[in-house]
Design a protein around this ligand. Structure first.
Ligand code: C2E
Ligand code: CA
Ligand code: CA
Ligand code: CA
Length: 278
């Protein structure tokens, strides 16, 4: 059985799901995994680029299945999305984040805002705003400590709907970020139409800052976000050069292996113990 499951994991990690049968197989495991509480967040610190201070975190889903071992998000996120189950994972992660915040409240520790990824299909679900608020309230956590990251995949027809949802969240104290900005359906006009609090500049731009044309685009995005009163966040920062360049361009927040990798909650707790002076 071990050998067989090892093969399955390897295949799932290395390639995309190739058949409906494979997808249904992964889905069956996801369903069990959700029942068994196997989806856990790792937190990746978001750092103030000017000062180096940890400001907030992003929660990234991790899954170690009791049956098939570690499964990459690159595999289970698309399967959950395609089969209409992603909202269950998003909520499981939100719940764990709220539990973490609740523990910190009980211990009298400083709270940090945590960004939780929300798939577009979940974001547009009827009841998304209400259900999220109900969950946050059930943990007695101030909604200002939760931010939702939504990948930019909003087609033009949906701009008004997206705006309504973002404003409902805002009215309830929940911030939103537009994720992976610059790829996919990217359009600068979204920034002006949609009242996001934060814009996350995709790693593909950070990787190409040495290219003068890309550099000019990033500079423009950062400037525009300032003018629109949005926080600019660069993701996937891996080198000192990228950090220095983004600092020069006036980007406010950075995230990436150069600062911290995503870490399990216990390690985040240790990190915060060390960095917060008593
Ligand atoms: P994302 O939201 O764009 O998250 C950033 C990804 O880049 C994460 O991959 C993170 O681990 C990785 N990363 C961070 N810093 C660096 C760096 O310096 N270099 C490199 N090479 N990578 C870096 P991860 O954790 O594998 O997640 C992949 C994607 O899966 C996420 O991309 C997000 O779209 C999705 N995802 C993860 N958790 C959730 C979730 O709870 N719900 C939903 N709907 N999607 C999720
Ligand atoms: Ca994200
Ligand atoms: Ca992102
Ligand atoms: Ca990305």
């Amino acid at each position: 059985a071990l050998k067989a499951s090892g093969t399955v994991v390897k295949r799932f990690e290395q390639s995309q799901i190739e058949s409906v049968e494979q997808e249904m197989n992964v889905l069956a495991h996801i369903t069990k995994g959700l029942k068994n509480n196997e989806f856990l967040p790792m937190l990746q610190p978001k750092v103030n680029i000017a000062t180096g201070e940890i400001e907030s975190f992003e929660a990234l889903a991790r899954w170690v299945s009791s049956e098939i071992g570690f499964v990459s998000p690159a595999v289970f996120i698309p399967v959950a999305e395609n089969t209409g189950n992603i909202y269950k994972i998003d909520r499981a992660i939100l719940r764990k984040v709220l539990q973490w915040l609740e523990e910190r409240v009980a211990l009298g520790l400083k709270l940090y805002q945590v960004s939780v990824n929300i798939s577009p299909s979940h974001f547009y679900n009827a009841g998304f705003v209400e259900n999220s608020i109900a969950l946050i309230e059930s943990y007695n956590i101030d909604p200002k400590y939760i931010k939702f990251e939504i990948t930019e995949s909003i087609e033009l027809d949906n701009v008004m709907r997206a705006k309504k949802i973002i404003n409902e969240l805002k009215a309830n104290g929940i911030d939103t970020a537009i994720d992976d900005f610059g790829v996919g359906y990217s359009s600068l006009s979204y920034l002006q139409k949609l009242p996001f609090e934060e814009i996350k500049i995709d790693k593909s731009f950070v990787d190409n800052l040495a290219d003068p044309r890309m550099n000019a685009v990033v500079k423009t995005i950062i400037q525009l976000s300032k003018n629109l009163n949005m926080i600019s966040v660069a993701e996937g920062i891996e080198t000192k050069e990228q950090h220095e360049e983004l600092k020069r361009l006036g980007c406010q927040t950075g995230q990436g292996y150069y600062y911290f990798k995503p870490l399990p909650l216990e390690e985040i707790n240790k990190l915060l113990e060390e960095s917060v002076p008593v």
